[in-house]
Design a protein around this ligand. Sequence first.
Ligand code: ADP
Ligand code: ZN
Ligand code: ZN
Length: 753
Amino acid sequence: MGANLPPPRAAILRVAVAGPLPGLFDYLPPTDADTRPLVPGTRLLVPFGRGQRVGMLVEFAESSEQEPDRLKPVAAVLDARALLGPADLALIRWAAEYYRSPLGEALFGALPVRLRRADARLDLDLPGLRPSAAGLALDLAALGRAPAQRRVMECLRAAPQGLGTLALKDRLGSCAGPLKALRDLGLIEACRVAAGPVPVPAALPDPATPYPAGPDLNPEQRRAVAAVSAAWGGFAPCVLDGVTGSGKTEVYIRLIAEAIAAGRQALVLVPEIGLTPQLRDRLEQRLPGPHAVLHSALPEAERERAWHSAAAGHATLVLGTRSACFVPLPRLGLIVVDEEHDASLKQQEGFRYSARDLAVRRAQQAACPVILGSATPSLETLYNARLGRYRRLHLSARAGGARAPAIAVLDIRGQSLSAGLSPLLRAQVEAQTGAGNQVILFLNRRGYAPVLTCHDCGWVGACPHCDARLTLHLRLRRLWCHHCGWFLGTPSKCPDCQGLDLRGLGLGTERLEEELRAVFPGVSLARVDRDSTRRKGELDRLLAASRSGEIQILVGTQMLAKGHDFPGVTLVGILDLDHTLYASDFRASERTAQLIVQVAGRAGRADRPGRVVLQTRHPDHPLLKSLIQGGYPGFAELALEEREAAALPPFGHLVLLRADAPEAEVPMDFLRQGRALALTLLADLGETRVQVSSPVPAPMERRAGRYRAQLLVEGPDRPGLQRLLRPWVSQLWMIARTGGLRWSLDVDPQDMM
Ligand code: ADP
Ligand code: ZN
Ligand code: ZN
């Protein structure tokens, strides 16, 4: 075992090398005269193979198992200080162990992208803009007739030392026109801004008029706040469950404010960035900064700045997507995981960790409360609450007094649909829009039609690289593979028989929008999906337009189900979820129930109760029945019983070994060998409770030109599985040298594809 003390004279440095390389590598201290003591968490440049690589000092050892004459000294110490502290290193080491990921990959994955390169130094300055002397002196009223310019000017005057151009774009959207105009007027000028911590806004609020206090909490909210407040300074995992609009965010805000007032930093994790604009604005208005926002859609340099701001203990609040769970926070006092049930909190490639589970682990390590919030908590979390491991805090009512909408199942067997709507749903849409209310129509399939076929010969557009159909996107004139991204221009005639009668089969959101326009002429309509919101700022625009009441019918995919409220919506039609009811993945029913409840949560408010209509051809499906009769809790109870009977999570634990290669036999061979090794290890360990399945092709075997196969390991507890994984993964690295093979281990997989 290494000790994290300054090295004695002949100490060995144990280094994690950036990239997917398992294990630590031993080096001698650098030979140059620099006598500053090295500390773990410092980046190093080390000789590796015939070249050099970036690495990170992880620990010291007194001796090495390497031959002494093969040990080489570190080539250079890259930074004057450590980037990760002891707690950060401990968390990432724990995660790399648990998920069996190479430590170098995990450590460097937790750093800003730029710092993964050897030539990157810590200090960085960025191109920016600042108000010129004339701009500072200007009376803003002079820009009265150019509101866009005025907005830019206000933003820059709040940061007279300069704002990175990227930060500016992030804040205001694309504003090239106004920027050019202001430059031409000599009101702003180029500058460099230091990429240090996010600057504190110049206009700090007067402490006498602090941030708005927010509404008076209802008794349940007060109880939730009090329960967490009572736990400051200790590990306290809590589940905050309450329907959309029940005031969970309000509870987070009160607690974050308490944490900040006590000099602590708060970490708020959200599943997707589409969620953050509203939440971010709300946090910004209510809580003292500086706030650091971290997500992958931000420009690299901005991310890095936010990262340093958090790591330096500057940022009071860090709001980020899953990778933010590793950001160093020297004064961490509270963690919130919002929408904790969401699958995108699990990293699905490379280092496959669950940000939610790590958040809990991190809170334990940092001795602070962690709140897992959701209207539809995952079955794992509910089970932990049932066992008393997590404290359950429940908000039963909608905060403003609105009732949660009733969900009705609409049997559409034998009905003729127009624009995806049965006659009954169509009549309801008409009635609601006629009364000046808003309607959401939910269809979780983007594009025009999921299949394009030739009526003459039966040709079907299929992806040449995947076992998948190509989706027709009419407006983009594309046949597009949603699995690998390959596309071609929409053919004008059949590639096989040259026939001209090509037809799109099935209904996607683009077609739904078109057909609805024909069915409801004169009704204003908008579509929210990944295609319609590709342009930056477009989602915000659509959301604002629907909140202002300008849009009467909102058509969309699951993007609509996440995070945004639509207070004017009185009817939600869920057009088609039948394909998910019989999906092979054991989590499919949980996901479907969550989706239905999340979509339903968008409807209604105090004075206008909402209604949810779910069209289905399987009205007797047990999932739907339990959900309609018992709501999400009723569903969850039934689903947990089923999981228990099948020894599936949270009652059993899973590890999925995946492999893929350009030839179908390569991954199957690897998995067969892997299975044999696992069985031998299990026999040696005397472990009889762990099951290793035979390898099978993945549900979609060919994807992006590679054949994929997988093998499932199941065990009743995590320690039993971990005992197998440790030696097994080392052996897998040894046998995986076949050309073209890629493999990965997924501990606690979220999807079984
Ligand atoms: P959730 O996060 O559960 O969806 P929010 O905290 O966003 O709920 O609350 C929903 C709405 O109700 C917000 O507009 C919020 O300002 C308001 N709200 C929250 N708590 C209260 C309260 N105690 N009294 C009145 N309004 C509240
Ligand atoms: Zn044809
Ligand atoms: Zn494809």
